[in-house]
Every structure is written in C-alpha cells, then in structure tokens.
Design a protein around this ligand. Structure first.
Ligand code: AMP
Length: 212
C-alpha cells in the first residue's frame, strides 16, 4: 500500500479515515496529536503551543517540521500524514525530506467539505485519550453511552479548539493556505479529491482504491 498525505478542513473526517487505515497496518502521524502530547507535559513549549492552538493559529514551520522529520526518519511501515503540510512552505520542506529519504510511493487525498457541514461536525465531536473519536450529531458515530468511550470505557472530552470562534478561524486559515498546496500536488500528479459528505464507509472504499 502507498503512503498517504491527507489534506482536509477541520472536522472533514481525517481522524476516522486514519483509524481505518491504521487497522490495515498504517502508522498514523498527526502533527495536531503530537502537539497536544507536548501540551499535556505542561512544558514551557507546551504552554506556548496551547496559546497558539486555542486561538486557531498555526504553530511555526520549524517546530512541526522537526516532529515530522524525527518520525519519518524512524519508521519502516506505510504512513498517513495527517495535518502536515498545512502551507506551501511546509509542502516544499516535506518534498525535500521525501527526496532525502527516497520516498516516492505516496498519494495526496483531499477530503472536500463545505464550511457549514464541517462546523456542525466540529461542534459535535468528542474524543477519547485512547484515540477513538465520536460525533453526537451522527447516529453512526455516537458513543453507545453518552460521554463514554465504547472502546475503553473512559470519559470522552471535547477538544478545547472545537468551539465556533476557533473553528471559524481554523477553517479560514485552511482555505487561505490550501489552494497553493492543492495546485502544487496537482502539478506533481499526486492529488485526489474525495467528497467528504459521503458516508464514511464509502469514503474508505474510495481511499483504499487510490492507495492500492
Ligand atoms: P489538527 O488536530 O490537525 O486540527 O491541529 C490542531 C492545531 O495544531 C492546529 O489548529 C494548529 O494550531 C496546530 N497544527 C497542527 N498541524 C500543524 C502544522 N502542520 N503546521 C502548523 N500548525 C499545526
């Protein structure tokens, strides 16, 4: 199976599709998750990151690139990049890293969703520290017991940046930054646009087909 770069607005279902690919042996590399791990340590970097992320702003390229560089240099399984690159500059940095590591077998999947649907999904999203993700506005993604993880029984939490103000900022940042990234990957013949309004199973089947 080929490696995959997901590009998607917040709440387009990257997390759900990544879990599906993980069950097929993929390693999920999410810059958002790695940054949230750093915040949990309550280090001074973590406190700085929390402030930036709660405002819906982007963390500096150097910080996220270091995370990606360390991770990609040390794995030997197919991987999912989730949340990186988020700017054209990051796409160039990644291309240089791929060249250095001889990585060419990858595809870029763009999950396409309009803002209204994405906002509703973000406001209903609940996550668990075990990595599972739910949505109270989607019958297929609701937890069986309100607020409790089906997989491990822990209490579910809402991400602190899944509020309307932060969401609008993140969505706008995404729109502003994405067009050149899409154009770049299109010029490399790597871009696949998938309609993220479809049912998540249907989206999974499309993605698996692309990565064969
Ligand atoms: P995510 O979980 O992918 O929605 O990311 C949550 C937040 O982490 C974003 O709103 C940014 O503040 C930060 N972040 C994640 N990935 C990146 C990246 N590639 N570049 C800059 N900031 C990022």
């Amino acid at each position: 199976m080929k490696n995959v770069i997901f590009i998607a607005p917040p709440a387009a279902g990257k997390g759900t599709q990544s879990s599906m690919l993980e069950s097929l042996g993929y390693i999920h590399i999410s810059t958002g998750d790695m940054l949230r791990e750093e915040i949990k340590t309550e280090s001074s970097l973590g406190k700085e990151l929390k402030e930036i992320m709660d405002k819906g702003l982007l963390v500096s390229d150097d910080i996220v690139f270091e995370l990606i560089n360390n991770k990609l240099s040390s794995i030997d399984k197919p991987f999912i990049l989730d949340g990186f690159p988020r700017s054209l500059n990051q796409a160039y940095m990644l291309n240089d890293l791929f060249n250095k590591l001889n990585i060419d077998n990858y595809e870029v999947i763009y999950l396409d969703l309009d803002m209204e649907v994405a906002l509703k999904r973000a406001l209903g999203r609940l996550t668990c520290s075990c990595g599972a993700s739910y949505n109270i506005y989607d019958d297929k993604l609701k937890p069986s017991v309100d607020g409790i993880c089906d997989k491990c029984g822990k209490e579910l939490t809402k991400r602190s940046d899944d509020n309307e103000e932060s969401f609008n900022k993140r969505f706008q940042t995404f729109i502003d930054n994405t067009k050149p990234i899409k154009d770049y990957y299109e010029s490399l013949n790597k871009l696949h646009i998938v309609d993220a309004k479809k049912d998540s199973k249907e989206i999974s089947d499309i993605i698996i087909d692309i990565l064969k």
